[in-house]
Ligand binder design. Structure first.
Ligand code: IPM
Ligand code: MN
Length: 375
């Protein structure tokens, strides 16, 4: 029996989670293990009613479990950032979910916006570092409050020391500091190499910006070079993140396992999601191999579609497959992914984003039915 806490969240969250639960329950019947859901109320409604975002006692409770099934968060009635930082980022940080695993795989039957590219071309994994970098939250704003005389001294210094004409008379500055640790980098890079090994990949690509942010990503590369020495038969290389956005589009077939710091990982996986056909198709796992992990679709809560039974639950079902894999039900995870893949490839029951007219629930039921037939 596996006990799984569930946060369905806001907007389309309840509908996509319902579809996901239906499919996972079918898999648990087919593979003879129990699933026991524990629904938790956190999200916009709960916050607006109680002023509580994610209380400490919820974290204590969640810490008892291996995996949380998560829908989507965000609501126009709540200021941006409150729920995202207070729930998603809090879970990632409190539970030290240092890996954000994001498969970029074009399923058969889905058309990529990239011309002439099929499932064989778009099939890689991004391992995004998930607890450091610019997400550490160190930052602030300050009035510089400098006198004209002090500014004059600074200008001279810039001029004589660096030969630069810099205007230093800003009245207010804002700053945000990115920081990574050697240990934090090592563990996620090791995870990426292990992932490569398990999936018969012979290349790990590091994505950074070591040509400009030399301190932070200089160390990132140093660590990658060190870790790589422990893995025979797996090459590694580096791309700058700006170039990566270009290569993802031009040569997606080049990539196998990609590992990248948090911020760039956020950005390039939205691009990756588009390559695989859209945000509705992109799952993610926030993983702490020794703690509480969390599985979710990449997309947000799409408030304008809330309650319309039209959202594509594929990303959530797929995230459920990653969850099953994580809790040791690998066969059930595979069964879910295969069934999902089959239903999409057949093309008879598709949600509107994929050109069909099936509702969220109907799509979920169809995948669940396929799980029962194949299981
Ligand atoms: C994601 C999201 C989050 C992030 C937000 C909602 C905090 O964009 O999971 O990619 O920035 O990581
Ligand atoms: Mn994102």
């Amino acid at each position: 029996m596996h006990e799984i806490p569930v946060i369905e969240g806001d907007g389309i969250g309840p509908e996509i989670i319902d579809a996901g639960k239906t499919v996972l329950e079918a898999a648990s019947d087919a593979r003879n293990f129990g699933l026991d859901w524990h629904d938790l109320p956190y999200g916009a409604d709960h916050y607006l009613e109680t002023d509580e975002v994610l209380p400490d006692h919820a974290l204590d409770e969640l810490s008892k479990y291996d995996a949380v099934y998560f829908g989507s968060i965000g609501d126009p009635r709540v200021e941006p950032g409150v729920l995202e930082k207070g729930i998603i980022l809090r879970l990632r940080f409190e539970f030290d979910q240092y890996v954000n695993l994001r498969p970029i795989k074009l399923l058969e039957g889905v058309e990529s916006p990239l011309r002439n590219r099929g499932p064989d071309d778009i099939d890689f994994t991004v391992v995004r570092e998930n607890t450091e970098d610019f997400y550490v939250g160190i930052g602030g704003r300050a009035e510089t409050g400098k006198t004209e005389a002090e500014l004059e001294v600074e200008r001279k210094l810039y001029k004589t020391k660096f030969g630069l004409d810099i205007e230093t008379d800003a009245e207010e500055i804002a700053y945000q500091i990115g920081s990574i640790s050697r240990e934090g980098t090592e563990r996620v890079v090791e995870y990426a190499f292990d992932h490569a090994e398990e999936n018969d990949h012979d290349l790990v690509t590091g994505v950074d910006k070591a040509n400009v942010l030399t301190d932070i990503y200089g160390m990132w590369r140093e660590v990658m070079d060190d870790v790589a020495t422990n893995y025979d038969g797996i090459d590694h290389e580096y791309d700058y993140v700006d170039a990566t956005t270009m290569w993802f589009v031009k040569n997606p077939d080049h990539y196998q396992t990609v590992v990248t710091p948090n911020t760039f990982g956020d950005i390039i996986t939205d691009l990756g999601a588009m390559l695989q056909g859209g945000l509705g198709l992109a799952p993610g796992g926030n993983i702490n191999p020794d703690g509480t992990s969390m599985f979710e679709p990449l997309h947000g809560s799409a408030p304008k579609y809330a309650g319309e039974n039209r959202a594509n639950p594929t990303a959530t079902i797929w995230a459920g497959a990653l969850l099953l894999d994580h809790i040791g039900e690998e066969e059930a995870g595979e069964l879910v992914l295969e069934s999902l893949q089959d239903v999409i490839a057949e093309g008879e029951t598709l949600t509107r984003d994929l050109g069909g007219d099936a509702g969220t629930d109907e799509f979920g039921e169809t995948v669940a039915e396929r799980v029962r037939e194949q299981g």
